[in-house]
Design a protein around this ligand. Structure first.
Ligand SMILES: C[S@@+](CC[C@H](N)C(=O)[O-])C[C@H]1O[C@@H](n2cnc3c(N)ncnc32)[C@H](O)[C@@H]1O
Length: 242
């Protein structure tokens, strides 16, 4: 099924307002994320491997900042455990509405519950897996540790957090990676204008950390087993096990 293409920043805008996950973004989001995040499809395609390893019988899995439910769909169809409930959470009404429609189209034995809520406010319990794909970067930095601590406390022993993020670098690799990321976007059809207007819209809204900051925060939250299992340019995914 063809998806509406992302042309939100293709025309010169008089004023660039801060990026929000509203209806306009939700409509084109599938196209936007696959043309903007290098390695996104590969990352999703590996979630079943992690699910097989970490999802436990009679437990909850959380998709935190689920958007259209890409991770939920990957989990729903892949694990072989009994009595698993996936809880998909996003604070954008538009995203949750479309997520529900996507997931209902695909029926499996796994129950999926949807919550339109701030992930900083929800309760997390009896979790064997939590996936937070490209969402922590939108949480205020001073709230990030509390959120990770809550996830750690809500995980069962042996449960895992998959944390995927855009990262920044403290050295010359920043310019190098940004260049490669822009080339990726250009090859996916985005113009220089689109790239620069989107970048301005995300300024101070997407606040990236370094890998070292993520690792240190995860340790502070309680995780002792931390593995950078995937990287594509300036996008990474980290596995943290309780
Ligand atoms: C880049 S998207 C995530 C992509 C998605 N996980 C995927 O793999 O397709 C970030 C999502 O996080 C949501 N979000 C941002 N801040 C949030 C918060 N405080 N609570 C819940 N959801 C949030 C946004 O509405 C958006 O849908």
């Amino acid at each position: 099924m063809s998806q509406p293409s992302d042309n939100l920043y293709s025309q010169p805008l008089e004023a660039i307002t801060g990026f929000v996950f509203d209806e306009n973004v939700a409509r084109v989001f599938r196209d936007m994320i696959s043309r903007s995040v290098p390695g996104y499809a590969t990352l999703l395609s590996m979630l079943p491997v992690l699910a097989q390893e970490y999802i436990q019988d009679n437990s909850h899995c959380y998709d935190l900042g689920c958007s259209l439910g890409a991770a939920t769909l990957a989990l729903q169809h892949s694990h072989t455990r009994n009595n698993v409930t996936i809880i998909a959470v996003d604070n954008s009404d538009a995203m949750i509405a479309q997520c529900k429609a996507n997931i209902l189209q695909s029926s499996t034995n796994t129950t999926v519950k949807f919550h339109c809520a701030d992930i900083c406010d929800i309760e997390i319990n009896n979790a064997s897996m939590a996936i937070m794909n490209f969402t922590l970067q939108f949480i205020q930095p001073d709230k990030r540790l509390a959120l990770l601590s809550k996830i750690y406390n809500g995980l069962n022993k042996g449960g895992a957090l998959v944390l995927s993020e855009k990262i920044r670098f403290d050295d010359s690799q920043q310019t190098w990676m940004t260049q490669l990321h822009h080339t990726f976007k250009k090859l996916n059809g985005y113009s220089d204008l689109e790239i620069s207007q989107k970048r301005s819209a995300l300024d101070n809204i997407l606040i990236a950390d370094t890998v070292e900051q993520h690792q240190q925060r995860l340790r502070q939250a309680g995780f002792s087993k931390i593995l950078l299992w995937y990287q594509c340019f300036n996008f990474v995914s980290i596995l943290a096990v309780k």
